[in-house]
Design a protein around this ligand. Sequence first.
Ligand code: TXA
Ligand code: MG
Length: 319
Amino acid sequence: MASEIARAVEVLRAGGLVGLPTETVYGLGADASNDLAVRRIFAVKGRPSSHPLIVHVANVERARDWALGGLPEAGERLARAFWPGPLTLIVKRSARASDAVTGGQDTVGLRVPAHPLALELLEAFSGGVAAPSANRFGKVSPTTAAHVKSELGDDVDLILDGGPSRVGVESTIIDVTGDPARLLRPGGVSREAIESVLGKPLVIATHATDVRAPGMLESHYAPRAGLWLVSAEEVFAEAERRREAGARVVVIAPAEMPLPEGVTRLTVPSDDAGFARVLYAHLREADALGDLILAVPPPESGLGLAVRDRLQRAAARRP
Ligand code: TXA
Ligand code: MG
């Protein structure tokens, strides 16, 4: 793997794109200091250039270089508690962060990912790596190297295979430019864990206001098949009704939930972290197995908040 890392560093230095494993989802990485390389990310994803990218770095010292005057106190505390890990901090940007990366905003998103290969790459590269999730804009995020390959094909110069992502949903995004801190996107670190470190409640951003976060668009993370969210009480009757109407029905639900004959079940573990881990792979598989997906969202606690958020966006009406 050492030589793979060396090749990936060369690709980054040459302005190329690397598919890189992280503990949340796979990223599409480029040298964050190379505007041409960063623009290629937007072109490959089909993402509007006004939507900013997260800069990934090897450790908190490097993160401080990208922030104006270092990290604010709440940022330092959260970094100490959760980095390396599934947390992105939004801070005032230093001169190092270009308009290409930040979409012209005066803030930048920073994260130290926990995957050993990502850390090795960031350590060897030594600069910042701008990386969105390695999917086309609006589509389901990849949690394996094979997903990246099938989604982006030859548009990515090299894919590092680090196995299936351990967390399965994207990082939690916290804006620490003001007080109190704001939750912009629920993710791999629970709201409860963050509030316990900060010792006070987060403000929950419900829609894009002064920040541009595509994760906040209504329709996102969407499979091709139609997706409907149903409660545990409704799922049996709803699955039966849809099947009788002629649909090839796939249900994303725990093993113990009774389902009618003739529908396909994709089983989710009954704990929130387990659900998060399999969520995106199941949405992809459901696309291959049927034309109508029913999902039973988990309770809101822990990673359940992020899973519910992604399911709601995947189910939202497409533009
Ligand atoms: O777990 C993750 O965060 C993954 C892995 C690859 O690290 N990355 C990821 O990137 O989910 P992406 O681009 O798919 O989502 C990043 C989100 C977007 O909604 C973006 O708008 C928001 O972060 N974001 C980035 N910089 C921002 C900023 N300065 N202010 C507000 N939102 C920002
Ligand atoms: Mg994404």
